[in-house]
Design a protein around this ligand. Structure first.
Ligand SMILES: Nc1nc2c(ncn2[C@@H]2O[C@H](COP(=O)(O)OP(=O)(O)O)[C@@H](O)[C@H]2O)c(=O)[nH]1
Ligand SMILES: [Mg+2]
Length: 491
């Protein structure tokens, strides 16, 4: 028999998830391993085979969880084990030898087999139901295996009536007990569970410390990577430019049609770029199978350029005046107005008019076709972009932060997409950027100005503005993550 020490020294630590069918074993595993490919089923007994789920960071497997079918025949299994007279260390192989051809013990054999070499066992129960005789039999079987064991109470119904009685019972059979909500657990809850796994066996502590360090490092790396994705997305949208020839000989109608076409192209570009960036963030957080669909009433269901988005996420009137003054000046919007109110580039009209008159435009005005037009370069050509109103930048930041929050709070074991709580639902909660102070706004303004200047003059300056912006976004992501962890503290 291999000891736990040897097992973990030479191999990836392996934990077997055990328990009754339909208690949430697969959900716990899915959340714990951040793997949404784990099959979770409302039908009890669907998992008939053991399946191994490795956690891989930077190409290295750091820990492995084994999903198992539930016990099929716990009381008879226990009976056999109790009457087993051989050494403790051979109880599992001997049980399997005696029962492997008996269909009545098929699942029990399948379940016990990986336990022989596992570093530990995680026993999952649904804490919203009372304890039954079978549960006691199962716990006793696990005790007889002699393996380090942890009990996890997965609260399926958000209801804690039975938790205390479970905890009481568990104290007799397990080295450690934790409450873990597989549908809501965020990053910190996962780390905490791994931390407490350390206490089930002293020899595991070192290995699990390494695992936890790797997970923490990976979490920071993901956040920084997300911040870079967001910065790049915003830069790409703000700096989008396209020129086109006005078809000769058809006068104003042709020009108007071309403006509309360019506008549509710009909007399609922005939409696709955002979708691509969001998908990358989603995959970075290992949501590979399900796309974590946003709830129907989420503000992110609205198009970037829709009136609703701009009304909801747009800056407050006061901020709009400040932004307008700066955005307008940057865009030379006063000049635009001098040219008979023709706006130069996207959104510059808003900046210009606010800058000039001190009156905030309504979202309706900004978004109506007449205000979102291309620059007329000369008699023959039109150009759209770069975007010249900074409000677009704030809208894009808000949308990305909302999406980020949606993704990091989506536990991998969660599958009831239709009941998802909505980020920024129709509550009056404003976007993140609305409350930003002057120093953050200034970082945004510097970034905005530097990316719009496409001359290569001040490369260092531009690079610094971009770094500062990315850093700020990364800090925001960190704050969001901490806040969400705080809110889930009691789960
Ligand atoms: N509401 C809620 N449902 C859960 C939770 N955990 C599991 N479920 C549901 O319970 C059912 C069984 O879950 P599963 O993980 O497949 O259980 P297993 O048979 O023990 O692997 C599925 O329909 C899950 O969606 C939970 O924490 N909350
Ligand atoms: Mg299962």
């Amino acid at each position: 028999m291999i000891s736990v020490v040897e097992t973990v020294k030479n191999r990836v630590p392996e934990f077997v998830i055990a328990g009754h069918p339909n208690e949430g074993k697969s959900s716990v595993l899915s959340t714990l391993a951040e793997d949404d490919s784990v099959r979770i089923s409302p039908v009890p007994g669907e998992t008939r085979e053991c399946r191994s789920f490795p956690v891989i960071i930077d190409g290295d497997e750091i820990i492995r969880f084994i999903d198992t079918p539930g016990f099929q025949n716990p009381r008879r299994t226990l009976q056999w084990m109790k009457s087993y007279a051989g050494p403790d260390t051979t109880i599992i192989p001997e049980f399997i030898k005696a029962h492997r051809d008996d269909p009545a013990f098929r699942d029990d054999c399948a379940l016990l087999s990986p336990m022989a070499n596992a570093a530990g066992i995680i026993f999952v129960v649904d804490g919203s139901r009372p304890i039954r005789a079978n549960d006691r039999a199962e716990m006793e079987i696990l005790r007889l295996t002699g393996k380090p064991r942890m009990a996890v109470i997965n609260s399926k119904q958000d209801e804690n009536a039975w938790i205390e009685s479970w905890q009481h019972e568990f104290r007799k059979h397990f080295n450690s007990i934790r409450v873990f909500n597989s549908c809501k657990a965020t990053y910190s809850r996962r780390i905490e569970l791994l931390e407490s796994l350390k206490s089930i066996d002293q020899d595991l502590a070192g290995t699990l410390d390494t695992v936890i360090r790797a997970i923490r490092k990976d979490w920071t790396a993901r956040r920084e990577h997300s911040a870079e994705i967001i910065t790049r997305l915003i830069r790409d949208i703000i700096t989008f430019q396209k020129e086109a020839e006005i078809p000769a000989g058809r006068g104003k109608t042709a020009e108007k049609a071309l403006r509309q076409k360019l506008l549509e192209e710009y909007q399609a570009f922005a939409r696709n770029a955002e979708q691509r960036a969001f998908k990358r963030i989603r995959n970075l957080y290992r949501h590979n199978v399900f796309n974590c669909t946003l709830p129907e009433h989420s503000i992110l269901q609205q198009d970037i350029f829709s009136k609703k988005t701009w009304e909801f996420l747009g800056l407050s009137r006061k901020q709009l005046i400040v932004a307008g003054a700066i955005g307008g000046a940057a865009a030379g919007a006063a000049v635009d107005l001098g040219h008979g109110g023709l706006s130069m580039g996207l959104f510059s009209a808003a900046g210009g008019i606010i800058g000039a008159t001190g009156t905030a435009l309504k979202a309706r005005d900004i978004l109506s076709g007449s205000r979102i037009l291309g620059i007329k370069l000369d008699r023959h050509r039109l150009r759209i972009g770069p975007a010249s109103n900074i409000q677009l930048l704030y809208i894009l930041i808000d949308r990305a932060l909302i999406y980020y929050r949606h993704i990091i709070t989506w536990a991998h074991g969660r599958r009831d997409y239709e009941n998802a709580p909505s980020p920024m639902s129709n509550t009056a909660e404003p976007g993140f950027t609305t409350g930003w102070d002057r120093s953050r706004q200034s970082i945004c303004e510097k970034f905005f100005d530097s990316i719009r200047k496409h001359s290569g003059e001040d490369k260092d300056h531009a690079a610094e503005a971009e770094r500062a912006f990315t850093r700020m976004i990364s800090e925001c992501l960190d704050k969001i993550s901490r806040e969400e962890d705080g809110e889930n503290q009691n789960l």
